[in-house]
Ligand binder design. Sequence first.
Ligand code: OGA
Ligand code: MN
Length: 323
Amino acid sequence: MPGLLTEPDFKHITVKELHPTFVAEIQGVDFSTPVDPEVFSEIKEALAIYGVCVIRSTGLDDTRHVEFSRLFGDLDDIKPYLTGGRKPKFPYLELFDAGNIDDNGEVVKLDSQRAHYNKGNTLWHIDSSFNPRRASYSLLLAHTIPPPGTGGSTFFADTRHAYSTLPSPLKHQLESNNYTAAHSLFHSRKLGSPAYFADLDPTQHKMALHKVIQKHEPSGRMNLYVGAHAHHLVGVGDEESKRLLKECMEWATREEGVCEVEWEQEGDLVIWDNRCVMHRAGGGSFEGLWKRDMRRTTVHDDSSTAWGENDRRDVKVGFNMTS
Ligand code: OGA
Ligand code: MN
């Protein structure tokens, strides 16, 4: 197998590698009944090795999506986003909306707040890095996908490969300073659509602090933990902080460490470990025209660095979505 770790000995699932350093498609999981514990532990093992696992045509619905996700740990919920009497769109508060459908069931208008908000998701990011307790896994399930050839893929970047191939001067600087980055959802919204969110000031909101170099505990490998929510490096001058974050991001998203995952049919599920990959929505000509209904569960990290440098009493910062 091309350049990966040890050849895993899976008894229940079949693993097909989709990239030389990470990402695999898993076959052989029966979702018609609750997933067998032995099968589940092989999925976790595959995730520890590959960071991203694609499972086609699962047949999962909302209920079983949430039930299956609970096997991974405690789930995050959308409560901080339900401001101003806003009602949840889906039957579970554990389902995050990663799609482009508005409250009337129509494709979001390109000039709506929601469309501008979504632009932040097209930047390389790590889910929930802006929360005091970060996320481990995200499980994104396709409910409706746009027609072939109109875009809508999800791209992944291997942050363990990024770390292990770091050029020495950068590696030395990162290691000797052991930087902490301050993460903010407002920062990435603003980066995604600067004019629309011109009045948003990320510094007016509490940021979440996480180390830039982290050990991915399931594999024991180090990785670079940055992404579009990373606003600045704590205690570093503004210019130097921007330069270093940019350098890390450019390094981590080089062609050789990036994999595109295409959604083929509804029921396709992609599970990724935010502690060792970044991702971004690919966008495309479907935007404003075709429905893309994607729902995501997000698992609270339970590794020793889950809370980063934050206080365990810190609360999640929400976003006041108006439309
Ligand atoms: C997400 C996300 C990307 C996509 O659900 O966290 O970033 O392609 N999704 O929808
Ligand atoms: Mn995301």
